[in-house]
Ligand binder design. Structure first.
Ligand code: SF4
Length: 166
């Protein structure tokens, strides 16, 4: 089961370049970032995120073309199933992970993946010294490997705002 915090759901235009994104905060984070911006997201809080709730959130926010999971939670299979549903209804699934890297199955599932824990002295995504990376994933089932990662982190570096709040 994947749980999200309904009160924190919002439409954002900075987190994923060139996309109008509906972002949901996922709880049960398994990360351990020093200086975590939202320690409560490591707890079992919020409500279950289901396909039906995703449909309603998308219907209530007409015009979004990307759905961003801010965090992975603690149930990879459920996360992938929800992301597959996002793709089935015509949106790009995106993931902000706090881990240094994610499994191939996640790259195969999402169109955008951010990796890297927040490390204060390196800064967030909009800092040119950041350790975090945002990848655009190109899927090609006729090729091996069947996806290609393009590092688009530098898209954030001309901006004077924090796209990631850590
Ligand atoms: S990934 Fe986010 S919520 Fe999880 S520990 Fe790191 S900063 Fe906190």
């Amino acid at each position: 089961m994947i749980k999200y915090v309904p009160q924190m759901t919002s439409v954002v235009i900075e987190e994923i370049p060139d996309r109008v994104t509906l972002a949901v905060d996922i709880s049960n984070c398994q990360g351990n970032c020093v200086g975590c911006h939202s320690p409560f997201l490591k707890e079992d809080v919020g409500e279950e995120l289901t396909n039906e709730i995703i449909d309603k959130l998308v219907a209530d926010n007409y015009g979004v073309n990307c759905f961003l999971f801010l965090g992975e939670g603690n149930d990879p299979e459920a996360l992938i199933a929800l992301a597959d549903h996002v793709r089935e209804i015509g949106l790009s699934p995106a993931l902000y992970s706090g881990r240094r890297d994610v499994e191939k199955a996640l790259y195969m599932t999402f169109d955008y993946v951010k990796v890297g824990p927040y490390i204060e002295h390196f800064g967030p995504l909009n800092s040119p010294t950041t350790n975090q990376r945002l990848y655009k994933v190109t899927h090609d089932t006729s090729a091996k490997p069947d996806y290609r990662l393009t590092d688009i982190t530098s898209r954030f570096w001309h901006r004077g705002i924090d796209p990631n709040a850590k």
